[in-house]
Ligand binder design. Structure first.
Ligand code: ZN
Ligand code: ZN
Length: 378
């Protein structure tokens, strides 16, 4: 059995997102079929289209899907058809790191995200996606390829959410928003009176600021080069903001605000000189957390002597932790008015992924989400 879907296909590196009719397999053992209502658009989609990630093309990207479970494969007991779900990151569930509760660092995470084919099961190594003439197309991007009317996902990556949560805002909880919030809540875990500096006030950085406000950290500094984004950072919890283009020495300015070294500095930019500033911003026993993605092969420098003084430099992927725990927590905070991530979201049409990416690049939009066409509509 196959299902006809409409998907946005990238034919080759650098090619546009092009709506295309495809067919996908019925869900197999461990798999689910999700009718995607909306999907967040993340820089990783643009980077992958640009060739920075080794996803074989042509293929279907998109990795912040939210929708309704339409069918489940043999043996799947949760989620159930009709459940509303956010599609979190995939993981194998069986390796050492998965068993130790660190599915973001699944030993198979790279192929699970970008191999373009199924990772496990009797059809491992094959794509469930093909053209109407039968030619295979890469799918399973981040286990979901959510730029499509339907996603063939792993049951374990689906987080069931309450039915009153609007599905057109929920998708970014799977990646971009979770990445910023999780870096604070799972990795930093600040103590009373701590200081946190967030470099880069885009979707990830603003989510980090919102999360930091839910901790006992008392100084939250946001650094960016756009005043409009710094205004948002102030609104969402930054106690201080620094426009890096208006100061000759950003680190010195930040240290002046804090009155010394920071306890935590988060780089949400992936821009190497900024990464190095984040590392310099923390001192003894301080922690620099690397979040933003730099181009493949990029390297950064850290002063060796100053690092000896108990400094930690740690990377995080997707906010660390487990989507099954983080997504419901963020939704609960949102409901309580303590995590207004929905205000960062702007909705675009499925046909206009390019427009969504462009608006995000210009800085007009913090978190674009594309809504899928309703195939059932007349
Ligand atoms: Zn694993
Ligand atoms: Zn992402």
């Amino acid at each position: 059995m196959t299902i006809r879907i409409r998907a946005s296909v990238v034919e080759e590196v650098g090619a546009p997102f092009t709506p295309t009719d495809l067919e996908i397999d019925d869900p197999g053992p461990g798999e689910i079929l999700v009718r995607v209502v909306a999907s967040g658009v993340c820089h990783t989609d643009a980077n992958t289209r640009g060739g920075d990630m080794p996803m074989p093309l042509p293929g279907v990207l998109g990795h912040e899907g939210a929708g309704v479970v339409e069918a489940v494969g043999p043996g799947v007991t949760s989620p159930r058809p009709g459940d509303h779900v956010v599609l979190g990151w995939p993981s194998c569930g069986e390796c050492r790191n998965c068993r130790e509760g660190e599915p973001r660092y699944c030993l198979s995470i790279a192929p699970a995200l970008v191999a373009g084919v199924r990772l496990t099961g009797e059809k491992a190594g094959t794509s469930g996606y093909r053209r109407l003439d039968g030619t295979p197309v890469s799918g399973h991007f981040f286990g979901q390829s959510s730029f499509a009317t339907h996603a063939l996902a792993l049951a374990g990556q689906a987080v069931v959410i309450p039915r009153d949560v609007p599905l057109d805002i929920a998708g970014p909880l799977a990646c971009g928003i979770a990445t910023g919030a999780g870096a604070v809540l799972n990795t930093a875990r600040p103590r009373a009176g701590d200081s946190i500096v967030v470099y880069g006030a885009g979707a990830v950085g603003l989510a980090a600021v919102m999360a930091a406000r839910n901790t006992p950290a008392t100084t939250i500094v946001a650094v960016d080069v756009h005043d409009s984004r710094l205004a948002l950072a102030s609104r969402y919890g930054a106690t201080h903001v620094v426009n890096a283009s208006a100061t000759p020495d950003t680190v010195a300015t930040v240290r002046e605000i804090i009155g010394g070294s920071a306890d935590f500095a988060l780089d949400c930019t992936g821009v190497i000189p900024v990464v190095e500033q984040a590392v310099e911003t923390v001192g003894m026993l301080g922690t620099a957390i690397l979040i933003g993605g730099a181009p493949a092969g990029a390297a950064f420098r850290a002063d060796h002597f100053r690092t000896l003084f108990g400094k930690r430099i740690v990377g995080t992927l997707g906010g660390s932790g487990d989507s099954q725990r983080l997504v419901p927590a963020l939704l609960a905070l949102w409901r309580q008015g303590r995590f207004p991530f929905d205000e960062l979201v702007d909705t675009f049409d499925f046909e206009d992924i390019e427009g969504a990416l462009e608006a995000s690049r210009r800085g007009d939009v913090i978190k674009p989400v594309v809504r899928m066409p309703d195939l059932a509509a007349p």
